[in-house]
Design a protein around this ligand. Structure first.
Ligand code: PLP
Ligand code: SF4
Length: 441
């Protein structure tokens, strides 16, 4: 059900697909139960070209895309399983489980939403860091397939109160015209490339109008290369999209396609390679980002392979994220220490061109924090050295600070300031978390 006519499988048909393709019948049951709670959707490309069915459920692409019983608490799993077949009980059980999964990390719905001069909120725009405004076009709030770790899962499960969507291109450009500090507009979602080109075009072309010369960079966040590469090659709508990007580049704007690559196998299909060339031929630059998550890519060799393949294709590694504190985090989450080791070990295997992904990065309410690593401070105690790459309070950016070293901590909220002078940096994190002694080795 999207503009570019992808064959997709969701809901009940997902369990049927797994029953048909996988030897273990228990997997289809898991799918049936867990997909009541979290949103799942797979595309034809994913089914035919990415998932290695023989290795399910341990195949990393299966883990990326399909429900697994360990994604929710065992008691929650049983509660939902018991309620199957009783719509009223099921609705209650599902709502309770979703609530327990922190559906809105970083207070996305209530903060960073800018206002027009008339005081109305600019719907579908997030403007948190001075230079970059995020735009969520109304018809781009879904994806060709869903990553099971997605931190935006709550907006895909169909509760309209949870959606972020915009007022249309006019209101967005009115806002941008009054904000000369914005140099970058990032179209995001969901995935803006689920939109038909004719719907996306007005947003993009509006940026070329007089009064918006300060918008020098247009970024588009997408996972279409991995989930539906035909969008950029063989779909009827591919040509118009590529010509749109080309017009933008010819007009002197930097076009940055921010691709999401979780695993190097996503880059192997011929159609994906053709899609990369097609994008590059428009004059666009490709940059990549993804979270490091357990069961999918928690291995430095996987990241080194991925970044190596990206460099060969002309994609610049940009960010390696920590998984946010939401959704199936019990399943995907990794300690900060482990994510740091994976990033470090992967980058040391590559030349400088492959070392450009900053990370691991936590995107928190206060800002984007990167983990420079564990370090031993005078006095012999271990700490994490941290740095804001972006911050709500711009004065905090780029200044090293320290949190108490904790080998189990998985998120910002579990970190405690190392010393008093670190407090302003960790004001948004949890005070008084227990201190663990010892060091990383
Ligand atoms: C990550 C992010 C950006 C972009 O940051 P860059 O460092 O420019 O890539 C912009 N706005 C928000 C809210 C973000 O989370
Ligand atoms: S492509 Fe991005 S927005 Fe879409 S499901 Fe994956 S992580 Fe979420």
């Amino acid at each position: 059900m999207n503009g570019s006519g992808t064959r997709t499988v969701t809901g009940r048909r997902l369990a049927a697909l797994v029953r048909e393709r996988c030897a273990d019948p228990g997997l289809a049951r898991d799918v049936e139960v867990v997909s009541q709670v979290l949103p799942f959707k797979v595309s034809g490309h994913v089914i035919d070209h990415l998932v290695d069915w023989k290795s399910a459920p341990d195949d990393p692409l299966y883990r990326l895309l399909f429900p697994h019983r360990d994604m929710i608490d065992p008691a929650h799993f049983r509660a939902v399983e018991r309620a199957l077949g009783d719509p009223v009980a099921l609705r209650g059980a599902v709502a309770a489980v979703r609530d327990a999964l922190n559906p809105h990390p970083g207070e996305q719905l209530t903060r960073n939403i800018p206002r027009h001069d008339d005081g109305d909120q600019v719907e579908g725009v997030q403007h948190k860091y001075a230079q970059t405004a995020l735009v969520f076009p109304r018809h781009g709030q879904t994806c060709h397939a869903y990553c099971s770790y997605c931190f935006r899962w709550a907006q895909f499960v169909g509760d309209p109160g949870l959606r972020i969507a915009d007022d249309g291109p006019r209101r967005v450009t009115d806002y941008l015209r009054r904000h000369p500090e914005v140099s970058d507009v990032l179209f995001t979602g969901g995935d803006p490339l689920v939109m038909r080109t004719e719907l996306l075009q007005p947003y993009v072309e509006a940026l070329l109008r007089p009064g918006l010369e300060h918008i020098t960079t247009v970024r588009i966040g997408t996972k279409a290369l991995s989930f539906h590469p035909a969008r950029l090659v063989t779909d009827p709508d591919a040509g118009p999209l590529l010509r749109l990007l080309e017009r933008l580049a010819r007009a002197g704007r930097h076009v940055a396609v921010m691709v999401h690559v979780s695993h190097p196998r996503e880059l192997e299909p011929d159609l994906t390679r053709l899609a990369v060339s097609a994008l590059r031929s428009t004059g666009a630059e490709l940059r990549s980002q993804a979270p490091v998550v357990r069961h999918v890519n928690d291995d430095p060799a996987v990241w080194a392979d991925s970044w190596r393949a990206q460099i060969a294709l002309g994609i610049h590694p940009y960010y390696l994220f920590m998984e946010r504190d939401t959704g199936a985090r019990r399943y995907f989450g990794l300690p900060i220490q482990r994510a740091y080791e994976i990033h470090r070990s992967a980058t040391t295997r590559l030349s400088g061109l492959g070392r450009t992904a900053r990370g691991p990065v936590m995107s928190t309410t206060e800002g984007k924090v990167t983990v420079d690593g564990p370090t031993r401070l005078p006095g012999g105690e271990w700490a994490f050295a941290l740095r804001f790459l972006q911050a709500r309070d711009a004065d905090l950016v780029g200044r090293p600070f320290h949190a108490r070293w904790d080998p189990q901590a998985q998120w910002w909220s579990e970190l405690a300031p190392f010393a008093d002078h670190d407090r302003p940096f960790l004001a948004g994190a949890a005070p008084g978390v227990p201190v663990r002694q010892g060091g990383p080795r």
